[in-house]
Design a protein around this ligand. Structure first.
Ligand code: PNW
Length: 516
């Protein structure tokens, strides 16, 4: 096989039409928060309270992508990355969220951005909702934001507006980014907007006194967001898909899990329960039209809403692909204790260490992220098996390097920790495609740029491009960026037999061994 490599007759490791990209989100990169008529979103409001974001930083300017996108497109071109995932800021185009109040300057901005990308040969993939809900929807009487079922209708109107306005340019739509993250952290833990949680749930909740109910609200908010997704997919299919020829889906974050005690059968069972509580929470409704049995069996007291018949029918099949954001995995341990609160509803707890004290993988710079590449292949297999072999896009995968923000810029560029992370994860994905026959159709690295990392502010970096916040937001490509460029080129080389494909994958494995 190595001989055939040398002769230049190698196969492309992944299918020729495999989509390589990077991912971003409007609130984290755009800045220009009060420029040209943009309305406020719940993150603008949330970050205005002292003590909520690291060092009270704000995303008012962030990476200023709003003004500097030509430079960022140039970076994509330098690295030869053909796809960019961006999100639309709802309140930049509809300042109050309402379709009767259009901000033309915001629409112009996205048209210019999409045109510039397309002119550069880069395909834009668009997320409609990456957590920046209009602040006007934070003020409903009694109910806030996604707790109000009517917000699903507002989202559908907004989605309709986007399909109609940008659908001639955009052929890949992602309705929602990580419903679990924005509902669990926004309504359970309370450290993301809108900052709701039970005062009894933790010291943070008592401190912000935000009001909320961590044992019910995450489920209600997520339920309404799922309905919003289903309505938007229906709208796209009924009014636009045929003429525009695009595809639509959602992306779901999920860790994988390993048994805490390897010789305890219940801990092995807990693995499936844990994944059903994450991926299954949103995967099952899309594929089967209802929540996972693992959840309905365990979430007590009628706290998990049910879909009525028509909504269930609408949800079932509401995807052209399934999306996955994968970062980390943990050990899980069966407790048997029925939960009545969000954190323990699944009757298991999770931990970075197992029964023998072994750490599942090195800590990144984010407290929730331990590096565990095998979990990536395993969750891809889990999705394939549970959902009858769907098309899958990985819309996020990436890492923060320990201590990266404390390094002088010149040293931060040598991001070996990220290089290893990206390389090892892509190899797991290649194995999933070649050996497990999982239909992974694309991979988007999080993220193109260091950016506003929510409550961690600018203190945690996920970019393959360094952004110097002390020096006019200067961008410099990190070593991981160049490695990604090489990987894309190598894995996409020419066509040929699958046997040779595996040969190239093995060649990379050998390279990795030599490096270590
Ligand atoms: C994702 N967790 O968030 C988001 O989609 C991005 O906006 C974000 O910047 C990126 O991952 C890195 O954090 C997550 O606690 C936040 O497991 C938290 C978790 C997972 C994903």
């Amino acid at each position: 096989m190595l001989l055939s490599l040398a002769l230049g007759t190698i196969a492309s490791v992944l299918p020729k039409d495999f989509k390589w990209g990077t991912a971003t989100a409007a609130f984290q990169v755009e800045g220009a928060w009060n420029v040209s008529g943009r309305g406020q979103c719940i993150w603008d409001y949330f970050q205005s309270f002292p003590g909520r974001i690291y060092m009270n930083e704000t995303a008012h300017v962030a990476d200023d992508l709003y003004h500097r996108y030509p430079q960022d497109i140039q970076i994509m071109n330098t690295l030869g990355i053909p796809n960019l995932r961006v999100s639309i800021s709802w309140t930049r185009i509809l300042p109050t969220g309402d379709v009767n109040n259009v901000n033309q300057a915001g629409v112009d901005f996205y048209n210019q951005l999409f045109d510039a990308l397309l002119a550069a040969g880069i395909t834009p993939w668009v997320t409609l909702f990456h957590w920046d809900l209009p602040q006007t929807y934070n003020n409903f009487t009694n109910q806030s934001t996604w707790l109000n079922p009517d917000v699903a209708n507002k989202f559908n109107d907004y989605a309709d507006f986007c399909f109609n306005t940008f659908g001639n340019k955009i052929k890949h739509w992602i309705t929602m980014n990580e419903i679990q993250t924005f509902t669990w952290i926004g309504y359970g833990v309370g450290t993301h907007a809108p900052g709701r949680c039970s005062p009894s749930w933790g010291s943070w909740c008592a401190e912000i006194g935000g009001g909320g109910n961590s044992s019910t609200e995450p489920y209600i908010a997520a339920h309404n967001a799922l309905i919003a997704h289903a309505l938007a997919v229906q709208t796209y299919r009924n009014k636009y898909q045929k003429a525009q020829g695009g595809k639509i889906g959602m992306t779901i974050s999920s860790a994988y899990a390993e048994p805490w005690n390897i010789s305890e059968p219940q801990d092995h069972n807990a693995v499936d329960v844990a994944v059903a509580f994450q991926y299954g929470w949103f995967g099952d409704p899309q594929v089967f039209g209802h929540y996972p049995k693992e959840m309905t069996d365990r979430i007590t007291g009628g706290r998990l809403p049910a879909f009525n018949e028509s909504m269930s029918a609408l949800l079932k099949g509401s995807y052209d692909f399934l999306g996955l954001n994968y970062y980390t995995s943990s050990y899980v341990h069966y407790t048997g204790v029925p939960g009545d609160n969000f954190g323990n509803d699944g009757r298991f707890w999770s931990s970075a260490t197992n029964a023998t004290g072994h750490l599942i993988g090195p800590y990144a710079d984010s407290t929730w992220l331990n590096v565990y590449p095998p979990g990536f292949r395993k969750i891809l297999r889990w999705i394939k098996n549970r959902y009858n072999d769907p098309h899958i896009y990985v819309f996020e995968n990436g890492v923060s390097c320990p201590g990266e923000s404390q390094l002088p810029p010149a040293l931060a560029l040598n991001d070996t920790f990220r290089m290893n992370y990206v390389f090892d994860h892509i190899m797991e994905m290649v194995d999933a495609v070649l050996h497990d026959k999982v239909k992974v159709k694309g991979y988007f690295l999080w993220s193109l740029l260091d950016n506003f990392e929510w409550t961690d502010g600018f203190n945690v970096r996920f970019g393959i491009t360094y952004v110097d916040y002390n020096n006019n937001l200067t961008r410099t490509i990190k070593d991981s960026g160049y490695m990604y460029q090489n990987l894309i080129q190598s894995l996409g080389e020419t066509t040929g037999s699958s046997e040779n494909s595996i040969g190239l994958s093995e060649r990379f494995k050998n390279l990795r061994t030599l490096d270590e």
